[in-house]
Write a protein of this length. Structure first.
Length: 284
């Protein structure tokens, strides 16, 4: 079962899957730092018929953590998955309204905790509407509780200490640090934060660069992007971004070209910037 499905496939199989909307509300205050809020209001205004709202900020992240989108405990993730009706044998299809990285984050969490059949809808809500399909309003019907049992894999996430150790050893082309932020964010442009920029030795591989004008992910663009950075497709990268979201989009793209030996620095730049003992670099 592909980790990336198209709208036509979903139309034909919608009654056979658990369809989740993982959208969040993104708020730009004009300060160079983006704020986020849970997305139930947007979901209520319009979603794919039959979808259930998956609260990525509150239920599928640790709401008590210092940084947004921090991975939840195994028990919390299992409870959240069951609450939206996921069983061990469910095929879950996830979408969002903001380019697919939020859906990819939930894909990464569920797959990394043992769910075998989980996919992202390519192009998300935008692709559904562009194909002329209707939306549904309201919060939908409550799902029957699921029976999913979370079984976390090793190596899903690394912490700042592990990343700092990697930085101290210097750039490693076999296990590079890859920043999935947009180039201007990587360079630290448009922000007054004195600790703007990126983690030293890391290379910039923006997740948005893998999206077409229609918002659909093209994983076959990834090998060329890697070659442009002097990297092969067989690397074992550590991925980061601002808060672990775009990094999950990159993880999905790597999976789609057959590379699953990736890990995510979960706190990403939100955590890295917050510790003045950790070095940052601005510029290209």
């Amino acid at each position: 079962m592909s980790a990336l499905v198209e709208v036509d496939w979903l139309v034909a199989h919608k009654d056979q899957v658990v369809l989740l909307d993982a959208s969040v509300t993104r708020i730009d205050r004009g300060t160079g730092l983006t704020e986020f809020a849970p997305g139930p209001e947007g979901f209520a205004k319009g979603h794919i018929p039959g979808a259930r709202f998956a609260d990525l900020m509150q239920d599928f992240s640790d709401p008590s953590a210092r940084f947004s989108f921090t991975a939840p405990s195994v028990a919390q993730l299992q409870a959240a998955a069951r609450a939206v009706g996921i069983n061990d044998d469910s095929h879950v299809v996830i979408y969002d309204s903001l380019g697919g990285a939020y859906a990819a984050r939930l894909w990464y969490l569920l797959r990394g905790h043992g769910l075998r059949q989980v996919s992202v809808l390519n192009g998300g809500l935008q692709a559904w509407e562009a194909a002329g399909h209707p939306l549904e309003s309201g919060m939908g019907t409550e799902a029957a509780p699921g029976t999913f049992t979370a079984r976390p894999a090793e190596g899903l996430f690394v912490g700042a200490d592990e990343v700092m150790a990697q930085v101290s050893q210097g750039a490693d082309p076999a296990r590079p640090l890859l920043c999935a932020l947009r180039p201007e964010q990587y360079r630290g442009e448009g922000s007054s934060d004195p600790r703007r920029g990126h983690i030293p030795t890391s290379l910039n591989l923006p997740y948005p660069a893998l999206l077409g004008a229609d918002g659909r992910l093209d994983p076959q663009a990834l090998p060329q992007k890697l070659a442009d950075l002097g990297l092969s497709r067989d690397i074992r990268p550590v991925l980061y971004c601002g808060g672990g979201i775009n990094a999950a989009g990159l993880a999905l793209a790597f999976h789609l070209i057959g590379q699953d030996d990736v890990t995510i620095y979960d706190d990403s730049m939100s955590g890295w910037r917050a510790d003045p003992a950790l070095p940052v670099e601005a510029g290209a």
